[in-house]
Write a protein that binds this ligand. Sequence first.
Ligand SMILES: Cc1cc2nc3c(=O)[nH]c(=O)nc-3n(C[C@H](O)[C@H](O)[C@H](O)COP(=O)(O)O)c2cc1C
Length: 487
Amino acid sequence: MTSTVGRLCFSNKTALAPMVRVGTLPMRLLALDYGADIVYCEELIDIKMVQCERVVNEVLETVDFVAPDERVMFRTCNREKDRVVFQMGTADPERALAVAQLVENDVAAIDVNMGCPKEYSTKGGMGAALLSDPDKIEAILTTLVKGICKPVTCKIRVLPTVEDTVELVKRIEKTGVAAVAVHGRMKEERPRHPVHCDYIQAVAKTVSIPVIANGGSQDWVKTYSDIEVFREATGASSVMLARAAMWNASVFRSQGALSVDEVIEEYIKYAIRYDNNIFNTKYCLCQMLRDRVESPMGKQLHAAQTNEEICEVFGMTDYYKKTQAALEERRAALQANHCHSDQPTLEGDIITMAVRFERREYPPQITPKMYLLEWSRREKLEQPVYETVQRAQDRAFQSTVIVAEKKYRSALWEKSKKFAEQAAAIVCLRTLGVPEGKIGEKNSGLVNKRKREEKRNGETGEDCTAAETAYRKRHITQSSQKEEEKN
Ligand SMILES: Cc1cc2nc3c(=O)[nH]c(=O)nc-3n(C[C@H](O)[C@H](O)[C@H](O)COP(=O)(O)O)c2cc1C
């Protein structure tokens, strides 16, 4: 039997409900700041999550689950580790288990969404489609409960009758879940329809696991004290809020709500600090502005394309700059720490070294890439090929250069693609013991710009051998110029 020590308990709690686009890390942290006990992430679909890689983001101090297209699907941090519930959309027990196992060490519990009535969810048999397939519900929940150590929960909508709803939750309870969240609306009902507190009450009376009442934002919960009123009206153990929290997350604050403008400011701070997806940030801010979304401020927000522009709208440019500078400093410090040695090491089939391209260390218009290109030509090798990737969490670049069928790469990530390529070229040149064009480097005999110009003017550089001169005649003037322009 699984130990309950340190496990998230769902009795007598207030929770931030799962909300697509809204329930990302900034909103979850904000809800925790204001007093929420539990925070659910937005629903994440199992098919997408199962392809993700877990990446520790040292700059942001987060754990990221990154899709093959480099999108961060789920970002979390230590602060919420014991309180965050990972909600997934699934219709497949094995895939659900694979996802749960991927994230379970970074979250407090796993939830399955059985309430989403949207077609994109139901057509795949997920969300509210599960409500008419209790065998599937049972299979998914049983597989999860058996397969992971963290508590498993689910979130349902009520069925057309109280009796059917109660029967379903009894079956769900038998799977061993830690709690069930009940949104007191039927799948055909819209958010404006009244919530069926009596259905939730009947469920709460019947089962012994904690029932989390949901659906009260419109009619019941406007202030903190209303949360308890809604809990009593439903007889539930806990309450989960979606829209009320989205409109003003300080609804969780026992001392009373703060102004929306204050909440917006705190939200933006987290959004910048944790590099929240800009579309999600904008969506969330539009929801908070509510009627003001058509105001000049709302229109400016609509037009904003970057986090910096969002900050401008809300007069937070200074905060933006300070945070970026702090993150940049952290990134540099981490890189310096990683830069223990410039000895080449083998990572798989790639020769790596922790080096950076420092522009000031090279004469104007001279770059390691140029040196590598010229050296390759002299050695009658194919032209170096650069392959560059960009990572999602900080949009930094890393290049691999292929020379004579060997791969070279810097272990350090660079801010631009050009610099990443230069760093890769340095690794290659240093590994091969070939000069790289640095200021003060002993003259290599590889061509530099001055000499090329001399050559074009009919002079012969004094360091050049006859072979080199001949080689230059053949190749350099025709092709290096282009390369140089590219650099
Ligand atoms: C913007 C938004 C996104 C939502 N996304 C999800 C979701 O990802 N998963 C889910 O189970 N419910 C989702 N819901 C439904 C809410 O969790 C909740 O069940 C519903 O809004 C009723 O609660 P309320 O009256 O407190 O708003 C979403 C609701 C909103 C408003």
